[in-house]
Design a protein around this ligand. Structure first.
Ligand code: HEC
Length: 104
């Protein structure tokens, strides 16, 4: 009984981890992004869905957001700055930017 429950949890976790958007949410959580951002509503930073909407049909957004995630910046959404995120590699930043842009 107990063992079956554990097996089920392991199965559920592997299914979630195999789904790209969940894997990226886990990455964003581990990189501290979710302490300032939520997908659906503004926290300290803008909602990821609002970001995705803003850059619809913006071919350069992926590169710009990748840089911004790593280096930080201000002035696009208001006066509150996003600090630099040196714990994020360029590959991770690009993955996170692509994930955010996919959320609309
Ligand atoms: C300390 C709070 C904080 C943390 C931590 C943070 N952000 Fe932000 N983020 C902000 C704020 C504030 C803005 C709005 C900046 C602006 O107006 O230019 C922002 C903006 C953004 C944008 C939109 C940038 C633009 O130019 O439109 C993206 C994408 C983003 N954050 C992703 C991330 C990711 C991914 C992480 C984790 C690596 C992260 N943020 C961590 C506060 C934060």
């Amino acid at each position: 009984m107990h063992l079956r429950k554990i097996t089920f949890s392991i199965l559920a976790i592997s299914v979630l981890a195999a789904t790209p958007s969940w894997a990226d949410l886990a990455l964003a959580t581990s990189k501290n992004c979710m302490s300032c951002h939520h997908s659906d509503r503004k926290v300290v930073g803008p909602a990821y869905k609002e970001i995705a909407k803003r850059y619809t049909n913006e071919p350069l957004a992926l590169a710009a957001l990748t840089t911004k995630i790593q280096k930080g910046g201000a002035g696009v959404w208001g006066v509150v700055p996003m600090p630099a995120n040196p714990q994020v590699s360029e590959a991770e930043a690009q993955k996170l930017a692509a994930w955010v842009l996919s959320l609309r």
